[in-house]
Design a binder for this molecule. Structure first.
Ligand SMILES: *[C@@H]1O[C@H](CO)[C@@H](O)[C@H](O)[C@H]1NC(C)=O
Ligand SMILES: *[C@@H]1O[C@H](CO)[C@@H](O)[C@H](O)[C@H]1NC(C)=O
Ligand SMILES: *[C@@H]1O[C@H](CO)[C@@H](O)[C@H](O)[C@H]1NC(C)=O
Ligand SMILES: *[C@@H]1O[C@H](CO)[C@@H](O)[C@H](O)[C@H]1NC(C)=O
Ligand SMILES: *[C@@H]1O[C@H](CO)[C@@H](O)[C@H](O)[C@H]1NC(C)=O
Ligand SMILES: *[C@@H]1O[C@H](CO)[C@@H](O)[C@H](O)[C@H]1NC(C)=O
Length: 870
């Protein structure tokens, strides 16, 4: 008995020593001038609670985990190698015939797979503002992942594009947290509805590629952001993801407040697991770990892909429980044996992973992995690795539809668009962006992989957020085919070299319509394309795009510009040119790119689409107008960790332009249509506190109160919900049940903190936050001559005392209307949408006072205003 007790006490001492290590100077102290930017320590890691609908699955997972040996537990938490079938592979449990988990990129398709689709990028999905289309994309992508045997799909990505030039901005849903939150949530709902575990990433403040970090790249930049900005901006979409039950989260490469995100206990234990009550598991970004003990204590649950770092040591260790070139693997066993990490921690890691696996139904006949990230060939080293299963179904239809629905019409004068073949004799098409890729859609002329080049038409950016194109319909081919299908005698001439000015001249001078294709690319920081290390060096066009436009417009009175750009591009050089009659931002439309642009350009396309997309970021007149800039050179002496201080706080993108009174060229939410819309009859319901709010008689046009995220759940009709307002369900006193402690909680023993002792909150934050609060309704009318959809946007203005920007997006609805038709639209609001994060109280509080209500066609084109008294 005595030795046992002694062992227990020694272990307890060791564990508290480890927590003390976590408290002191891990991994770096702040450089001079940045002392306030450090993270508090929040330990111990809370055990999964089994909240709400997770309960039975957590219970099953606990039971299962209890049967495992320590080696088996390690197998579940640590990746195998980079030479596995998927980009991430856990070990297996032969004793239970458990084949391990396949984790695979990307947020726009099944990376490296054949017979799979290349979907429009997330930045395009968001630009549709159509929750049905965004969700359908999630479903379709996940069907493909599932069909290939992927257990965990590594998306959606929901970083916010703090800087216009940020390399991976196109992998996310734009620069507004509310819109990104809705898009993230419905994408996850779609993906998980087919049983694939979605991974929301990158947690968190992973907003640039320079100094992005990872174990092979030092120094690593520290994102320094205050608590209000964290909650109201960067955390918002993650909270919405947790609320809808996302299975996994990926922590990012960067430091936050000097501590690497994957070992930042305030972020993982404090914010993710306690405050947001996250029940799934959190994995590292690939080789993001820079340490073993700290991430375990800080709440990390899975080490991906397993090895210490790219190019460091043995990259291929088939058995995680024996892997020595890993921060975990055998080391995790050592940590537990020497008391650095309590065994309860690894039990919780495994429980969380299996609870998610059970919850998504993957224990019931889930398809086996049938492809290899390493080859498109059938066999690799004599082993059959690729069954070439065709998972594309009819997803090309959805891809084409989203491509057209995400194309933003920025300018349209002299009725330039839409075109009609009947009225054309001769068409000129200019620029390499209209053309096929010289080395094929999946390769680069210089041999670079992962789309690390910008050749031919641009339909996705570069890096791990890509997928193979099964084919790529280029604009020249699609436009020519469409025109020929109606009138083969129309002359369609393509000058597809960007600098062939002599060849362009006669074509430009003699065409009725000159279509100029230009682009701008960016991607992930491990690839440098033409001097761009992931982040763009500039926010202008590539391949001499401005000169190309000037050249054509100088000779052609009907010059129509189509941009395939990853994000904002400044257009001041040419936007007001009288011969530039129309401009479209088509973004990154995926494999059906050419067909999608035909649908927008031509009214006689069988799938002609009246543009309705709206910008999900601001296009400034000049780069300096934006709130924040990429840090390209280290701002800390002696190669210290660069410091990215988010001085603009909550005022990113349009909020900054509004605060500073800067006129952008095209504001957030802007986008034209071939028709026009009228707004009338604003009514604000539920605008009094609690009882008053719900005791108001509801009018004949029944205001809608829905518990869904505040985007209207349907695109073709206004939101309708039969859920009656329930006075007692509308909580006004919104108190966070889980405020993260900012100090080490006393941990008297080394045993697992019981679920009850951890301040684990409701899933996604206090349930009361998500309660319906009221709604804003109005009438929308199509006042033009063609059918089309309008994305009506709801912005709120909080009382000045809260120090918020003039307008915050808090709802939207995409409504399709025939010519002359009108419809009542109602946009629901939740308590959260009217709340701010109180940094002192460490909770969300409903604002008090007069809240301005603005409804319009963009963040600056406000058509109706009203107020609520709270
Ligand atoms: C980062 O530091 C700021 C300033 O002290 C603080 O407000 C914020 O809560 C910290 N965030 C994290 C995640 O540590
Ligand atoms: C761990 O996983 C590896 C790789 O799949 C497997 O070979 C090994 O048998 C597993 N170890 C245990 C203890 O199950
Ligand atoms: C315990 O083991 C881990 C993993 O090998 C090691 O990093 C750590 O330094 C050890 N701690 C002690 C106190 O021995
Ligand atoms: C902007 O960057 C692109 C891509 O590197 C380059 O082609 C272009 O020349 C740059 N523009 C300017 C004005 O430097
Ligand atoms: C517009 O195009 C016409 C040719 O149709 C050309 O004569 C004119 O100079 C162009 N305008 C400008 C401002 O370049
Ligand atoms: C109203 O809310 C209370 C408390 O949450 C609940 O018991 C009741 O069933 C709800 N009624 C309706 C009609 O939703």
């Amino acid at each position: 008995m005595v030795p046992q007790l002694l062992k227990h006490v020694l272990l307890a001492l060791a564990v508290s020593r480890a927590y003390a290590d976590l408290t002191t100077g891990v991994p770096d102290s702040a450089p001079a001038g940045y002392e306030e930017w450090t993270s508090p320590i929040v330990v111990p890691a809370p055990d999964v609670k089994g909240s709400a609908d997770w309960a039975p699955f957590v219970a099953r997972a606990r039971k299962f985990t209890a049967q495992l040996t320590i080696e088996e537990k390690v197998n579940v938490t640590t990746g195998v190698d980079v030479n596995g079938r998927c980009v991430g592979n856990t070990g297996t449990l032969p004793r239970f015939k458990w084949a391990g988990l396949c984790l695979e990129d990307s947020p726009l398709g099944v990376r490296f797979a054949d017979f799979a689709s290349a979907f429009p990028a997330s930045i395009n999905a968001a630009a549709t503002w159509d929750v049905d289309l965004i969700k359908a994309r999630g479903v379709a992508m996940a069907q493909e992942h599932r069909g290939k045997g992927v257990n965990v799909a590594l998306g959606p990505m929901t970083n916010l594009g703090r800087q216009a030039a940020a390399g991976r901005q196109w992998e996310g849903f734009g620069s507004d947290p509310f819109l990104a939150g809705v898009a993230t949530a419905v994408t996850i709902e779609g993906m998980q509805s087919v049983g694939v575990i979605a991974t929301v990433k990158h947690f968190i403040a992973n907003e640039q590629e320079h100094f992005r970090g990872g174990s092979e790249s030092f120094p690593i930049a520290s994102s320094n952001l205050d608590d209000k900005t964290m909650h109201e901006v960067y955390l918002w979409p993650f909270a919405e993801a947790v609320k809808v039950g996302v299975g996994s989260v990926m922590c990012s490469y960067n430091l936050v407040n000097q501590t690497q995100a994957c070992q930042n206990s305030k972020l993982i234990n404090g914010i993710l697991k306690e405050e947001l009550g996250f029940q799934g598991f959190i994995m590292s970004d690939w080789a993001a770990m820079i340490n073993g003990v700290q991430p375990a204590l800080a709440g990390l649950d899975m080490n991906m892909p397993g090895f210490v770092g790219y190019g460091i040591g043995d990259q291929n260790q088939p058995d995680p429980s024996k892997a020595t070139n890993s921060w975990w693997g055998v080391e995790l066993i050592n940590m537990i044996r020497n008391g650095s990490v309590p065994e309860s921690r690894i039990d919780d890691m495994v429980t969380r992973i299996f609870a998610t696996w059970y919850k998504l139904g993957q224990d019931r006949g889930y398809p086996e992995v049938s492809f290899s990230q390493l080859t498109q060939d059938t066999y690799l080293n004599g082993e059959l690795v690729n069954k070439h299963i065709n998972v594309q179904a009819d997803h090309y239809k959805l891809i084409r539809q989203i491509g057209a629905a995400s194309t933003v019409l920025l300018k349209n004068t002299k009725n330039a668009l839409p075109l009609s073949v009947r009225k054309l004799k001769r068409v000129g098409i200019f620029g390499s962006d209209a053309a096929p890729h010289p080395a094929g859609p999946n390769a680069c002329s210089d041999g670079q992989n992962d789309k690390g080049c910008n050749e031919g038409t641009l339909a996705m950016g570069w890096g791990s957020g890509t997928a193979n194109f099964p084919y790529l319909v280029d604009p020249f081919a699609a436009i020519s085919a469409h025109i020929r299908s109606i009138n083969p005698t129309v002359v369609v001439e393509g000058v597809l070299s960007d600098y062939a000015y002599n060849a362009m001249a006669p074509v430009a001078r003699n065409s009725d319509a000159c279509l100029v294709f230009v682009n701008a690319d960016s991607g992930e920081g491990y690839i440098n394309v033409g001097g761009n290390q992931g982040d763009r060096n500039n926010i202008t066009l590539w391949h001499g795009g401005e000169a190309l436009i000037a050249n054509v417009a100088g000779q052609c009175a009907n010059t129509i510009v189509v941009q395939h750009a990853v994000g904002a591009v400044t257009v001041e050089d040419w936007i007001d040119h009288p011969n530039v009659t129309a401009v479209l931002q088509a973004g990154l439309p995926g494999q059906e790119s050419g067909n999608a642009i035909v649908d927008v350009l031509f009214s006689d396309s069988p799938q002609a689409t009246n543009p309705s997309a709206k910008l999900v970021y601001t296009i400034a007149k000049k780069r300096e107008d934006y709130a924040a800039e990429v840090l390209y050179t280290n701002n800390v002496p002696n190669n210290g960790n660069p410091q990215l201080t988010y001085d603009e706080g909550v005022n990113i993108d349009y909020r900054w332009f509004d605060v500073k009174g800067i006129k952008p060229r095209f504001e957030f939410g802007f986008g034209l249509s071939y028709t026009t819309f009228g707004y009338s009859g604003l009514r604000v319901s539920g605008h009094k506190r609690r009882a008053e709010a719900v005791s108001r008689p509801s009018s004949s046009s029944a205001p809608v109160i829905s518990s869904k995220p505040s985007a209207s759940p349907v695109s073709s009709a206004p939101a309708v919900s039969s859920r009656p307002a329930n006075a007692s369900s509308i909580a006004v006193s919104v108190s966070a049940s889980a405020s993260a402690s900012s100090s080490v909680r006393p941990s008297s023993t080394a045993s697992a903190p019981s679920a009850g002792s951890s301040p684990v909150g409701d899933i996604g934050g206090p349930a009361a936050l998500y309660a319906p609060f009221g709604s804003v309704s109005f009438t929308l009318k199509n006042t033009g001559r063609v059918a089309g959809a309008e994305v009506a946007q709801l912005y709120l203005t909080f009382p000045a005392a809260y120090n918020e920007p003039p307008r915050l997006l808090r709802g939207f609805s995409r409504v399709f209307l025939g010519a002359g038709q009108s419809k009542g639209v109602s946009i629901p609001l939740r308590v959260k949408d009217l709340s701010v994060w109180d940094v002192v109280a460490q909770k969300w509080v409903l604002v008090k006072g007069e809240v301005g209500v603005a409804v319009g066609a963009s963040s600056r084109d406000i058509r109706l205003t009203g107020k609520m008294q709270l």
